[in-house]
Design a protein around this ligand. Structure first.
Ligand code: ADP
Length: 402
């Protein structure tokens, strides 16, 4: 069975084509700058064929049509016909509280209406996801389309974890609560953790740390999410590439009183804060580690604050879980950044984590394994995430009627 996975942004279409027989990626790539005369597709096939060309993509429909044309192009030779694609899995960011969004679901008019209804909760993402759904339905009208919600895995949070201590009416009338994000990644690494730790999923208590440009931690008890660091929006929690994470909400009122508009404060906290804000140099951890090593104090402070915030969340989740089988790192930083992992593990030595420096050095670039010593009371693992494969698996399940 061949499954096409789409992750659409407002001006981009990221895609992967899977052969589910052996879960291999036949082709993957991205259309960028959709809607601009500079639109471009880059595509790479399993056999090493590369495409990198300017295309005519005034909208997502044309962008996706271009992708499909390339996949059936005889020179590229990935598909004989588009009909070989039996399912299309779409990453959809926000499913809100609706019970239909607690698991992946076949897309129909009602599901489209649900994505639209949740647009106020994800004003940038949901409309872009819908453009992708519409484009795929136009190009493959008889193919099963599946929504895989970023929020689904976090729908098991108990009320004490998802409510904010704000007037009750804000929740009842306006839906103010913690929803969380990155759920597909946290779910994937939780399932992988059960495999590599050789433990039944429903007995697994772990803390998963998705550390990429955006970042979040999830406390998992009995295989289910019980707390999570992102909130009603992705702004809460860790220090991120350009997002502030946890701050005193009073700062917003204060800055407003100093003459900043709500829009300016919103833009600053989402796009000019985090690692970029602290360092005033870069939002990219690799850059910052380089600059810190070269003596930049502000880059070092950004790295230190990033590590410190991760450790604070691990400590909090350690305290709320009955026991912890492992801490798991994933995402670009979690999978690759040795100094960040070393910094975190050394600070949680008090919880029983004992770093194995060789393992830390050797476990990167897609490798999976522990970075703590054998016998470490609190094991710490690196488990590379694969959200696209998770989406493809869910799509296969739903195409097969599951
Ligand atoms: P996104 O959230 O955009 O998917 P990624 O998961 O790709 O982001 O993570 C991006 C982050 O991972 C960047 O801060 C980048 O610097 C960091 N990263 C990737 N590779 C390395 C590396 N080898 N060393 C340190 N940081 C790395």
């Amino acid at each position: 069975m061949k499954i096409f996975v789409a992750n659409c942004g407002s001006s981009s279409i990221k895609f992967q084509l899977f052969s589910m027989a052996n879960e291999t990626v036949l082709a993957k790539g991205v259309v960028e700058r959709v809607g601009s005369p500079e639109a471009n597709i880059t595509l790479e096939t399993e056999n090493g064929k590369m495409v990198d060309v300017r295309i005519d993509a005034p909208d997502h429909k044309e962008g996706l049509k271009n992708v499909l044309d390339k996949l059936v192009n005889s020179e590229i030779g990935v598909l004989a016909s588009i009909d070989e694609i039996e399912g299309v899995g779409h990453r959809v960011v926000h499913g809100g509280e609706d019970p239909r969004a607690s698991d992946s679901i076949k897309i129909d008019a009602d599901v489209i209406a649900l994505v639209e209804k949740n647009t106020p909760l994800a004003p940038l993402h949901n409309p872009a996801n819908l453009l992708g759904i519409e484009a795929a339905m136009a190009a493959m009208p008889t193919t099963t389309q599946v929504a895989v919600w970023d929020t689904a895995f976090l729908s098991t949070l108990p009320e004490k974890a998802y409510q904010y201590a704000v007037p009750r009416e804000w929740y009842d009338k306006y839906g103010v609560r913690r929803y969380g994000f990155h759920g597909t990644s946290h779910r994937y690494v939780t399932l992988r953790a059960a495999e590599v730790l050789d433990k039944p999923l429903d007995e697994m208590n772990i803390i998963t740390c998705h550390l990429g440009n955006g970042g979040s931690l999830t406390a998992i008890q009995g295989g289910k999410a019980v707390d999570h660091s992102m909130g009603m929006t992705p702004l809460e929690g860790l220090v991120m590439g350009t997002r502030c994470g946890d701050i005193d909400p009073g700062i917003i009122f204060y800055m407003h009183s100093q003459g900043f508009s709500v829009e300016e404060i919103d833009a600053a906290l989402n796009k000019k804060a985090g690692l970029l804000g602290i360092s005033a140099q870069s939002n990219d951890m690799r850059d910052l580690l380089g600059k810190a090593a070269a003596g930049s104090e502000s880059a070092q402070l950004a790295v230190d604050m990033f590590i410190y915030r991760v450790v604070k969340y691990i400590g909090a989740y350690y305290a709320i879980l009955p026991s912890v089988d492992a801490v798991v790192f994933t995402g670009g930083i979690g999978e690759n950044s040795l100094p960040v992992r070393e910094g975190v593990v050394k600070m949680i030595a008090s919880l029983g984590a004992e770093l194995d420096e060789d393992r830390n050095i050797n476990t990167r670039g897609g490798a999976c394994g522990p970075i703590t010593a054998n016998g470490s009371k609190l094991p710490v693992w690196v488990i590379p995430t694969n959200e696209e494969l998770m989406i493809a698996r869910d799509t296969r399940r739903i195409v097969a009627g599951g």
